[in-house]
Design a protein around this ligand. Structure first.
Ligand code: ZN
Ligand code: ZN
Length: 51
């Protein structure tokens, strides 16, 4: 049962319901930005380099 649950690869605590479309991390809702479809790590990276 345990390996059925994918945990967030950022906080490693909550269940990952989302997948970052940029890095492919499985992330929880806290670390996922639905508007951009990326995790909070990638979102921060995007914030720096303006495209
Ligand atoms: Zn998380
Ligand atoms: Zn990401």
């Amino acid at each position: 049962m345990v390996d059925y649950i994918v945990k967030c690869q950022i906080c490693n605590k909550k269940i990952a319901n989302n997948k970052c479309k940029k890095c492919g991390r499985n992330v929880c809702e806290d670390h996922y930005d639905p508007s951009t479809g990326v995790c909070s790590v990638c979102k921060q990276g995007q914030f720096y380099k303006k495209e």
